[in-house]
Design a protein around this ligand. Sequence first.
Ligand SMILES: C[S@@+](CC[C@H](N)C(=O)[O-])C[C@H]1O[C@@H](n2cnc3c(N)ncnc32)[C@H](O)[C@@H]1O
Length: 222
Amino acid sequence: MTVLSPREAYRLWAPTYADETAISFLESELTSDLTPPLEDLRLLDAGCGTARRLEGVGAALAVGVDISPEMLAAGAGSDPRVETMVGDIRDLPLPDGGFDVIWCRLVIGHLPDCAPVYRELARVADARARLIVTDFHPAAWAAGHRRSFRHGAEVHEIEHHVHDLDRHLHAAAAAGWRLTETRTAAIGPPARPFYEKAGRLALYAEHQGLPVVLALAFEREG
Ligand SMILES: C[S@@+](CC[C@H](N)C(=O)[O-])C[C@H]1O[C@@H](n2cnc3c(N)ncnc32)[C@H](O)[C@@H]1O
């Protein structure tokens, strides 16, 4: 299996990315649980991919930024109320203090250092903002799982950097974020239909109980 840079991987994956996977499904449930009602709030999805998670959220403002123009193009026009732009989450093309809720979903592990991400998200956050960060779970990596996708006949691995909980919390605290909640999603019954559809129920039995998504909720300090 070849290991691709995130930029190249998502260029290839963009046309089929909308197909939900077990991990994206579990991540979505966790993030929904941790997200406050969005009515009247300004929401940023940093590393939004196709911006699918912003569709129909009902926020006062819904902005998505992603480094991959192909991912943004794949989701373009699905919801005219969503504004998207190309950009790096370590250097966002956005002014200071403009968001009440920020998502950073399954992105931060693609970056070698999470500190610049927490700092930049703090810059664009309102003084009372909440931040939800999700990541491929370090326990899944330790068990030999990798971030991968199928493109035609080939399976590609995507560059991933393990940030354990301590590293997240240290970087977040240094940027002025206070942890309010930690959650984990493991392979279990909600993920079973994805294995079933792929004809891989034997793997489901093997993976059951394995943590695959780490979710962290923060608010601004002081
Ligand atoms: C696993 S996808 C998640 C997409 C979206 N958050 C979701 O949950 O559907 C990871 C996304 O991170 C984006 N990405 C990777 N590195 C980035 C960076 N430095 N700045 C902005 N986006 C980045 C990729 O282009 C890709 O769209």
